[in-house]
Design a protein around this ligand. Structure first.
Ligand SMILES: *[C@@H]1O[C@H](CO)[C@@H](O)[C@H](O)[C@H]1NC(C)=O
Ligand SMILES: *[C@@H]1O[C@H](CO)[C@@H](O)[C@H](O)[C@H]1NC(C)=O
Ligand SMILES: *[C@@H]1O[C@H](CO)[C@@H](O)[C@H](O)[C@H]1NC(C)=O
Ligand SMILES: *[C@@H]1O[C@H](CO)[C@@H](O)[C@H](O)[C@H]1NC(C)=O
Ligand SMILES: *[C@@H]1O[C@H](CO)[C@@H](O)[C@H](O)[C@H]1NC(C)=O
Length: 539
């Protein structure tokens, strides 16, 4: 089974694991993709990059022919035998099983005699070109692992283009041109894959190798995947690690071998001669007995399995990834941006598993308040770095101290956090609760703690209790209450509410003081106050 797994990583890993036996712990990251295999040393773990085995992809293909009525036999017609242009009584009849050549026969099991094949109508409309597009669609991204091989039952076409699509048939690129005369057919210099190198491996060439005529025994056309691999892995593909190293780092190279669709554009049938024999147009047609496409499901190195459901392929994604190609992280596992796994094991490569995001906040990363995340290995978690817009928290999902949540703004709104704006003199600190209420000092009120309760008065340093007022704390003995902060007392009185006689406290100095006061301040004092003092002295 392993021998048949061409280009499986098996060979590579056996080599690598013997080299790297002294790093057993690092393999832990590849746990999901290890399998037990038997070697001379007994049963061992075989560590491999997470990818499904290569297999025959033709089983899963959907074929479309253009024009749709190009298959022979409707109405029935006769054609000339291969290699014998003068035996022209062969029959194609779509209504008779033995004489029909429908497209399915390109994909059935061969190895029987006579082989079964699809066949086009003959070139009876010459000189109008006889052209056919054969489109093979997988509706799944596939990585080719072996040559594409097309076996013609007729001669190989004079002109043909193999095209590929990477986007389910929306756009197409040529893969290779095939012609008996590249310059004449496509204005290209003929080349063969052997003329390429590591540096030119992605070049699209026109080859004359597979178009040599009508009469030869060669029936096969290749698109040479292995020869291209060999530029990196050596002629017998011994050094696959080198190829995988390149594939890990060069997306263009990876994409070159990746397809979702193939299109065989048959442009001119085999004629074998310079001139078309107009007397025997039934000699010219296309017939294909077999198409072989070997590859594996592209799962971005996040799956070892690829299952078939209703003739369609799906990666069985691991590493908490999802999508037909495991091309994204599962919901709630978007703790860091998705990336493909790598072919090479740790320490050179990594599985790049998807890691959980904080489930209560869903899969949003930093709500747009930071564009930088940092992975904390120890906690197996990521945090947003330098949250902006007055946010904080692992996902910038909280407001900084001194700010509160704007109830009418979404979490990703720039205005999500509002300044508490607590009055610095009226508040205990600069923080507020979720509705913006600050914590007030005694005697202080208001959302922002900038107002005073009854019985308190705002000073430069906040609310202070009233010293005097018109109700409970009236100034006595004719004193006046100044701005609730103090009583202005008549000269003979003192005390906070002017409740004390000055002489009472200091009888010795009473007359002297009062006299001085009277003399010094006499003109300024109200007459009643002056009289009162004098009267007091009299008694
Ligand atoms: C084949 O496909 C090409 C586009 O890739 C198109 O231009 C051409 O007309 C098609 N030929 C036929 C016979 O449908
Ligand atoms: C291709 O596959 C997707 C699922 O991945 C499916 O929804 C879609 O219908 C398929 N398209 C065709 C043409 O089969
Ligand atoms: C995927 O997530 C689950 C649940 O958190 C976890 O148990 C599992 O180990 C994860 N798988 C990988 C390969 O990290
Ligand atoms: C709260 O958010 C809404 C929506 O963005 C915005 O219009 C409003 O100005 C914000 N309120 C404050 C006080 O910033
Ligand atoms: C914030 O404080 C105010 C005043 O104490 C209170 O009425 C309100 O319910 C508090 N809001 C929250 C969300 O705790």
């Amino acid at each position: 089974m392993y021998l048949s797994r061409f280009l499986s990583l098996h060979a590579l890993w056996v080599t690598v694991s013997s080299v790297m036996q002294h790093y057993p712990s690092v393999w832990g990251h590849y746990d999901v993709c290890k399998t037990q295999i038997y070697t001379e040393e007994g049963k061992i773990w075989d560590y491999m990059a997470c990818q499904p085995e290569a297999r025959d992809m033709i089983k899963y293909v959907k074929v479309t022919l253009d024009p749709p009525d190009i298959t022979c036999g409707d109405p029935p017609e006769t054609f000339c035998a291969m290699g014998n242009p003068y035996m022209c009584n062969n029959e194609c009849d779509a209504t008779t099983n033995e004489l029909a050549h429908p497209p399915e026969l390109m994909f059935d099991l061969e190895g029987r005699h006579p082989s079964t094949f699809w066949q086009s109508t003959t070139w009876k409309d010459y000189p109008k070109p006889l052209q056919v597009n054969i489109t093979l669609s997988w509706n799944k991204t596939i990585e080719l692992t072996d040559n594409i091989v097309i076996t013609f039952e007729s001669g190989r076409p004079d002109q043909m283009i193999l095209e590929k699509s990477l986007d389910y048939g929306r756009t197409w690129q040529p893969y290779q041109y095939y012609a008996t005369d590249c310059l004449d057919g496509f204005h290209m210099d003929p080349k063969s894959v052997k003329d390429l190198s590591q540096h030119t491996v992605l070049e699209i060439i026109c080859t004359e190798e597979y178009s040599t005529g009508y009469m030869t025994n060669s029936k096969i056309i290749h698109f040479e995947i292995k020869d291209r691999f060999a530029f990196f892995a050596g002629p017998r593909l011994h050094n696959m690690a080198s190829l995988y190293g390149q594939l890990d780092t060069t997306k263009k190279l990876r994409d070159f071998f990746t397809i979702t669709d193939l299109r065989i554009r048959l442009l001119r049938p085999a004629t074998g001669e310079i001139y078309v024999d107009e007397q025997h147009l039934a000699r010219y047609f296309y017939a294909i007995s077999d198409i072989r496409v070997y590859g594996r499901c592209k799962c971005n190195l996040h799956a070892t399995g690829c299952k078939e459901e209703n003739k369609k392929l799906f990666c069985e994604c691991e590493h908490n990834t999802t999508g037909p190609d495991c091309g994204k992280c599962k919901k709630n596992y978007q703790g860091r941006p998705w990336s493909p796994g790598s072919y090479l094991p740790i320490p050179k490569g990594t599985a790049n598993i998807c890691i959980p995001s904080i489930s209560s906040i869903g899969n949003c990363e930093c709500f747009g308040h930071s564009n930088r995340c940092s992975y904390i290995e120890l906690l197996n978690t990521v945090i947003c770095v330098s949250c902006k817009h007055n946010t904080r928290g692992q996902h910038c999902e909280l407001c900084r101290l001194g700010y509160f949540r704007n109830a009418s703004a979404e979490l990703d709104d720039e205005n999500v956090c509002i300044d508490c704006n607590c009055n610095p003199f009226g508040s205990v600190h600069d923080r507020c609760n979720d509705t913006g209420f600050c914590e007030c000092k005694e005697g202080t009120s208001g959302t922002k703690c900038d107002k005073c309760l009854l019985g308190y008065i705002w000073h430069s340093l906040g609310c202070q209790p009233n010293v005097c007022d018109k109700e409970l704390l009236q100034c006595q003995n004719g004193g006046t209450c100044l701005k609730n902060m103090r009583c202005q007392c008549p000269p003979a009185y003192t005390g906070i509410l002017c409740e004390k006689l000055k002489c009472e406290r200091d009888p010795g100095g009473c007359s002297q003081n009062s006299g001085n006061v009277a003399v010094l301040h006499g003109p300024l004092l109200p007459l009643t106050a002056l009289l009162g003092v004098t009267g007091l002295l009299v008694f």
